[in-house]
Design a protein around this ligand. Structure first.
Ligand SMILES: Cc1ncc(C[n+]2csc(CCOP(=O)(O)OP(=O)(O)O)c2C)c(N)n1
Ligand SMILES: [Mg+2]
Length: 372
């Protein structure tokens, strides 16, 4: 696994090395758009809200804070050699997963990429099951056999993280087709990065979803980079949402600065999926604060660019929102302390859990009487 990690790192290095020289000679920004980072941002719109809204924001803030802390502990576990293989962190993108999943019913389905820890936690997976999976322990959500990229939780309808870029998008269309066929009233949320938009599976999935009017929302988490490659070097049109009209599909596009805004905008699409059985493509503009994976030193971007994004951290914004709405700092501190305790408990649980044993191989490989 470590070797694979090294080769991924070398791929990223390729973008800074010989390949880059050749790319620089090509007209990479065909539509000459303004670089994404300098596009105007809407001003903060934190209006006074009723108490139940403040409680709701506190709930979302708690989830975002939990994800951030679990991810930081994952990074530590990786550095200490307790986690093998790849590790792609969700730090910086928390508002997307938390806001989107807040717009769902518990029985709705979610499917995503390898950057799946935050999405799994937002969908209800316990930090214990997640960290134990990362540590390769038998108590993990996939019995320690899946690892970072394959978080799966049948109880919470979290249908997995997938390692092949765009490979899960047709699967998502299949899940939504099953819901329509069974008339179960469920909606599927399918998350992917902007790197998946140039992959065949993206177009196959969207085409079928529109043709068959499936109850699905496609959410492109545009974090501006695919490994070390900025969007401007991989797509001729940087507005990802413009792919939707080509399939006769509704679209939306916005920044994920405010988690409540994410919930509201995705909520509109979820309603459309549930009530009209119509799909939507949504491009949510976000940013990852860490490298692509733990092996990526992220030398393709400047410190100034990173700092600019960190200043708009949606986690900090949700926290200030709570204070602006009158929530006492002591209550926020208590909430954070409770999360710290939950994370410490999950790390301890993962450390102390047993490794999977050979006897589960058959039951986790075959169906029928041997099925797990
Ligand atoms: C089909 C395929 N091609 C290449 C890769 C190698 N790879 C892994 S992640 C990645 C970048 C994807 O970027 P994006 O979709 O923007 O998602 P992000 O990592 O930014 O969340 C690539 C090229 C892969 N896993 N699958
Ligand atoms: Mg990306």
């Amino acid at each position: 696994m470590r070797n694979e990690e090294r080769s991924e790192s070398q791929d990223e290095g390729g973008d800074r090395g010989g390949t880059r020289t050749r790319l620089a000679l090509l007209p990479m920004q065909a539509n000459s758009q303004v670089p994404l980072t300098s596009e105007p941002r809407p001003p903060p719109t934190m209006q006074p809200r009723p108490k139940e809204d403040v409680d709701h924001l506190a709930k979302l803030y708690r989830q975002m804070f939990l994800i951030r802390r679990v991810e930081e502990e994952s990074a530590r576990g990786y550095a200490e050699g307790k986690i093998g293989g790849f590790l792609h962190l969700y730090i910086g993108q928390e508002a997307v997963g938390v806001g989107a999943i807040a717009a769902l019913r518990p029985d709705d389905y979610v499917i995503t990429t390898y950057r799946d820890h935050g999405i799994a936690l937002a969908k209800g997976m316990s930090p214990r099951a997640l960290l134990a999976e990362l540590f390769g322990k038998a108590t993990g959500c996939s019995r320690g056999l899946g690892g970072s990229m394959h978080m799966f939780d049948r109880e919470h309808n979290m249908l997995g993280g997938y390692g092949i870029v765009g490979g899960h998008i047709p699967l998502a269309a299949g899940v939504a087709f099953a819901s329509k066929y069974r008339e179960d009233g469920r909606v599927t949320l399918c998350f992917f990065g902007e790197g998946a938009v140039s992959i065949g599976g993206f177009h196959e999935g969207l085409s079928l979803a529109a043709l068959w009017k499936l109850p699905i929302v496609f959410i492109c988490e545009n974090n501006e980079y695919s490994m070390g490659t900025p969007l401007s070097r991989s797509m001729s049109v940087e507005d990802v949402s413009l792919k939707a009209p080509g399939y006769g599909m509704e679209r939306d596009r916005f920044f994920a600065d405010d988690v409540l805004e994410v919930e509201r905008r995705i909520g509109d699409a979820v309603r459309r999926a549930r009530e009209e059985s119509a799909p939507t493509l949504i491009e949510v503009r976000t940013y990852r604060f860490r490298g692509h994976s733990m092996s990526d030193p992220a030398k393709y971007r400047t410190q100034a660019e990173l700092d600019e994004h960190k200043q708009r951290d949606s986690l900090g914004r949700a926290r200030s929102g709570l204070i602006e709405q009158g929530m006492a700092e002591a209550r926020i501190d208590a909430l954070e302390k409770a999360v710290e305790a939950e994370v410490a408990d999950a790390v301890k649980f993962a450390h102390e859990s047993p490794e999977p044993t050979l006897d589960i191989l058959e039951s986790t490989t075959y169906s029928g009487p041997f099925a797990y």
